[in-house]
Design a protein around this ligand. Structure first.
Ligand code: PEP
Length: 261
């Protein structure tokens, strides 16, 4: 039996997480530069931008009518009410976001978001009709303690607990080892591939083989133009979630092109 019978059906996916960067004009200019690059026919790569929530509306308008998708970096675990400073999944959808990042390592480790909270956020996002990019990954201490699989498995299964597989058809997973995010350290293609294959197997246990063959698992953590192609050529690495390098067209556009098979 071939190892990866459905690999060809997974369109490569490159996403840019802008975090807490840029101003209004810089956000629009960056989106316009990515748009121009992606409008050529037959790009064959899905591209998603995650601007700061405050600029979503304007970035959505900049990307309207293009193949680009735009998403939020986070959403509240509640639908509405007395939650000062929060943004609901429905609000993201209302201004034209089609996706949301859930469980980014900075949400887990800087803001202390726990697995139960992230599960509630996934439910909110699905209820609002958003696609979810679920981020998972181990810290350096967990890797050194040989707990990578256990940690990623717990993060994946707790975020998706009890959710019917039919609701997860627009889910993607981003494996982002915490020690590689914003540090310049990258998992080697072999290290990343091993975790991706493990996660896909685990996901098969949650949703079945077909869902696992179709789900796109992105790698994130110091992806740059010079390492993107080696990472993306791994059989279970279906794309890249890019932080720092997504802020500069001269770095992000070559990463998009590295997704072309
Ligand atoms: C990220 O924010 O998801 C990320 C991977 O950041 P960086 O590319 O800067 O490591």
């Amino acid at each position: 039996m071939p190892d990866h019978p459905h690999h060809a059906v997974r369109t490569p996916f490159v996403a840019g997480n802008w975090k807490l960067n840029l101003d209004r004009q810089g956000a629009v200019q960056l989106a316009a530069a990515v748009r121009e690059h992606c409008e050529g026919a037959g790009l064959g790569v899905d591209v998603d931008l995650f601007p700061p929530a405050f600029y979503l509306d304007e970035v959505v308008r900049t990307c309207a009518g293009s193949p680009l998708l735009v998403g939020g970096q986070n959403c509240c675990e509640e639908a509405s009410g007395a939650f000062t400073g929060e943004t609901s999944a429905a609000m993201l959808a209302d201004v034209g976001a089609s996706e949301v990042l859930i469980g980014h390592s900075e949400r887990r480790h800087v803001y202390g978001e726990r697995d139960e909270t992230l599960h509630a956020k996934v439910l909110q996002a699905l209820d609002a009709g958003l696609a979810v990019m679920l981020c998972i990954g181990e810290t350096i201490a967990e890797r050194e303690a040989v707990q990578t699989e256990e940690v990623c498995g717990r993060q994946l299964s707790s975020a998706l607990a009890g959710i019917a597989p039919e609701r997860l058809t627009r889910l993607s997973i981003a494996y982002e080892p915490v020690w590689a995010i914003g540090t310049g350290l990258t998992a080697s293609p072999d290290q990343a591939q091993a975790v991706h294959a493990y996660v896909r197997g685990l996901y098969a246990g949650l949703v079945g083989e077909d869902g696992a063959a179709a789900v796109r698992i992105l790698y994130g953590g110091s992806v740059k133009p010079d390492n993107a192609r080696d990472l993306l050529s791994q059989p279970d690495i279906d794309g890249a979630l890019v932080g720092g390098a997504s802020l500069k067209p001269e770095l992000f556009l070559p990463i998009i092109d590295a997704g072309k098979s």
